[in-house]
Design a protein around this ligand. Structure first.
Ligand SMILES: [Zn+2]
Length: 392
């Protein structure tokens, strides 16, 4: 359980109910969730009234989806790149730009209701519309989960489900089963899937620590993220594992300097895309112009002024700062547009040894000289011209 208390402990009556006749198509899965593409069965163009009522003001018309839409509801309008676009009720049946995320029977995972309460009370108020990946809580008809689980079993039998994900199914299935776990809700997510036939692709990266750790020594040469990467490299090679010591510097990314941002963008794009100068330029301009980086940077500074070593690890502000240091950028690049969203806002808690882990990590970075570039050892970055030095 998190120490970040979500507001409210009961279901809001306005949570819309998904129709149980939706067609489900397996898209992908992570450790705790399975993502599905959903559609109304052929021939059905109007969903049950609950959905029309709940989504009339939020589900975007297909013609406007491409400019980037937040599926969050606000004043009966759809937020699109910060602008209010009135949405007619007739498009309420469009699920084509939404994905359904169902939770697995993973005991360590938080219920969708709690996850949503955390998001809506703690995270969403921090950002203006259109900055986060749009997401909405929906109530699940049990029959839908049963069908989804049947599909997972069938995918397993046909060898399509990844081997390391097998034998763990979805929560909320009412049938008796050794994995039974209650779950009455799911998330509808804005679909960031790129249409490769249109030349689109998706970039995913974590911007990590956009400002220096308040606990870093005054004589620091490296940002928190680069210092940690080098330390991880040193640990990996000692164990005979491979690791990369070069990578994205968050300070470059958030520098507001075109040349430095370009360097960061090359790491994000990776070869061969990073060799396409026009593409590098386009993504650089887009990221410099998007609100996400400056908002995250300001929030990381204001929510954790003391740093891991001095902060109260039970405070909502500190834990939120840790969440914001670990969220993910989803950047959809099309031949004409670049669209950035933030997602992956996992609740952080200092419990279960996490707090000790954070402190130990920070102490080692300081005491072993990873911030100051005084670490002991013969490393590739010790060679002239290869030094890792970050600038605020
Ligand atoms: Zn750096």
């Amino acid at each position: 359980m998190s120490t970040v208390q979500a507001t409210g402990s009961h279901v809001e009556p306005s949570v819309p109910v998904l129709p149980d006749g939706l067609t489900l198509k397996y898209v992908a899965e992570g450790a705790a969730n399975v993502i599905w593409r959903i559609s109304l069965p052929d021939g059905q163009i109007t969903p049950p009234p609950t959905i029309v009522e709940e989504y009339s003001g939020s589900t975007p018309p297909p013609s406007e989806v491409d400019v980037g839409v937040d599926i969050g509801r606000e004043n009966g309008t759809t937020k699109s790149n910060g602008a209010d676009i009135p949405t007619p009720a007739t498009i309420a049946t469009d699920y084509t730009r939404l994905l359904l995320r169902l939770r697995k029977c993973l005991p360590s995972s938080e219920s969708n209701l709690l996850a949503y309460e955390y998001l809506s009370s703690v995270i969403m108020p921090l950002f203006p519309p259109g900055v986060m990946v749009g997401q909405e809580l929906v109530s699940l008809p049990p029959a839908l989960v049963m069908r989804a689980n049947d599909t997972l079993h069938a995918l397993e039998k046909s060898g399509i489900r990844p081997a390391h994900r097998q034998h763990l199914y979805l929560a909320g299935d009412p049938r008796p089963n050794e994995q039974q776990m209650g779950e009455g809700f799911a998330f509808l997510l804005e679909d960031m899937t790129p249409d490769t036939s249109l030349g689109e692709f998706l970039l995913e990266f974590k911007a990590k620590w956009l400002i220096q750790s308040p606990n870093a020594p005054g004589s620091w040469k490296r940002c928190r993220t680069c210092a940690l990467r080098l330390r991880k490299y040193s640990r990996a090679i000692k164990k005979g594992k491979r690791a990369e010591w070069r990578g994205l510097c968050p300070f470059d990314l958030a520098s507001n300097d075109q040349k430095r941002t370009k360097n960061a963008v090359r790491w994000i794009l990776q070869p061969p895309r990073s060799e396409d100068e026009k593409l590098v330029e386009r993504v650089t301009v887009a990221l410099m112009g998007c609100p996400q980086l400056s908002i995250l940077k300001e929030l990381q500074a204001s929510l954790d002024p003391k740093g891991i070593l001095k902060a109260d690890h039970k405070s909502k502000e500190f834990l939120t700062a840790m969440t914001l240091r670990d969220c993910t950028f989803y950047v959809k690049v099309s031949p004409t547009d670049v669209q950035a969203r933030l997602g992956d806002f996992d609740v952080k808690s200092g419990e279960a040894g996490k707090s000790d882990y954070w402190i130990e990590n920070e102490r080692e970075l300081i005491e072993e000289g990873w911030y100051t570039g005084t670490e002991e050892g013969d490393y590739p970055w010790k060679a002239e011209g290869l030094e890792v030095v970050c600038r605020a």
